[in-house]
Write a protein that binds this ligand. Structure first.
Ligand SMILES: [Zn+2]
Ligand SMILES: [Zn+2]
Length: 368
């Protein structure tokens, strides 16, 4: 099968012919129809987070089950599924508590590479997915069926970015109807927090971004107000929209420490800041102690899937929101590219103009 391989950080991916092992117990093989490009893929390919090479990235995909390994009861060949990096054993301490996103279980794929070059050289299946490829072998917890009504290119978006942004609003905290929500940084994940807030019935949804185009898009996805932090005093604008109190919730979609620190100044007493963006590994976030104790403010981290349970539970909830017209997915796709043009798709995504670029593979009825 063909795959886009990273041989050296910061250089274009190379399309190579690779071999993929058959699934073992608890695994499935999926013929991919689409794989969206997430900013984590770009960060990995640039070498920002290290990791071994050669590697195949891609962790937000959809396709059709080709083969199931032993002990896989819930899926059969032909099932249309989302493929995600979210993986859980269902048995460990964390999974038993419903914190599947923190799973500490062991998986057969971790012990042996399943991807190889034609010459037998092992290739890393990054984020245990490796979906910049025509096919993947993944743990059964990484796939969830989707209805025939959902096109697979659209379904691929449910593998990461939508779960992260919408899940932060609906599952990590409880945004109730009438709430006030601020989203700082309305790129991919932040934009999904905006639409999650609207889906939750938030009355005031403020998009804060220095980019005019991102503010415009955020408004089309449900933001009721937009603030340019380069032009306005964001805290004053938020207070003016929230009866002078500050917002009930602030979601920070960027991993820039000063922005995270400033977010505590945007929430009301008793309000909650949720950090969605990943700061650089050595950064320290400064917090005014009085904010936490006297003003009872909360600052929470968030990882894909926090509070959402296993993928098989979260995907149907998101599909139901989409069917209700409360979750926009089609509009998140900016461009569709064949695998051979993946470097153009990545360059466009890295430039910040695209919401999501999606690699589409032949067949499966997905338009190229
Ligand atoms: Zn991702
Ligand atoms: Zn587990």
């Amino acid at each position: 099968m063909k795959a886009a391989v990273c041989r050296e950080f910061g250089t274009p991916l190379e399309i190579e012919e690779l071999r993929l092992d058959a699934p073992v117990a608890g695994e499935v093989t999926v013929d991919l129809a689409a794989c969206a490009i997430c900013h984590s893929d770009i960060a990995f390919a640039e070498g920002d987070w290290g990791g071994d090479l050669p590697a195949v990235y891609g962790h937000e995909a959809a396709g059709v089950v080709r083969e199931v390994g032993p002990e896989v009861a819930a899926l059969v060949p032909g099932d249309r599924v989302v493929v995600s990096l979210m993986r859980s054993c269902g048995r460990c301490y964390f999974c038993q508590r419903g914190d599947n996103h923190l799973c500490a279980g062991e998986f057969p794929g971790d012990a042996r590479p399943r991807l190889h070059t034609e010459a037998g050289e092992p290739v890393v299946q990054a984020m245990h997915t490796g979906a910049f490829a025509q096919r993947v072998v993944v743990h059964t917890s990484q796939v969830a069926p989707v209805p025939a009504s959902l096109p697979l290119d659209v379904a691929s978006l449910l593998g990461c970015g939508v779960i992260t942004g919408v899940g932060a609003v609906l599952d990590r905290v409880d945004v109730t109807p009438g709430s006030s929500v601020v989203v700082v940084g309305t790129g991919g994940v932040g934009l999904n927090a905006v639409q999650g807030a609207r889906a939750a019935g938030a009355e005031v949804v403020v998009a804060v971004d220095t980019s005019t185009s991102k503010r415009t898009v955020a408004t089309s996805f449900g933001a009721t107000h937009a603030v340019d932090p380069a032009e306005e005093d964001t805290a004053a604008s938020v207070r003016a929209l929230t009866g002078g109190r500050g917002a009930d919730f602030v979601f920070v979609g960027v991993g820039y420490t000063p922005v995270i620190e400033a977010a505590l100044g945007l929430v009301r007493r008793g309000g909650t800041v949720v950090v969605l963006g990943m700061p650089a590994s050595d950064e320290i976030i400064g917090v005014v102690g009085v904010d936490l104790v006297h003003d009872d403010k909360r600052i929470l981290g968030h990882k894909i899937g926090s509070g959402s349970g296993p993928l098989a539970d979260v995907v149907p909830r998101l599909v139901a929101l989409y069917d209700d017209g409360r979750l926009r997915l089609d509009e998140l796709i900016t461009g569709r590219y064949p695998l051979s043009e993946i470097n153009s798709a990545i360059a466009s995504a890295a430039g910040g103009d695209a919401l999501r670029n999606v690699i589409v593979f032949d067949g499966h009825g997905v338009p190229a």
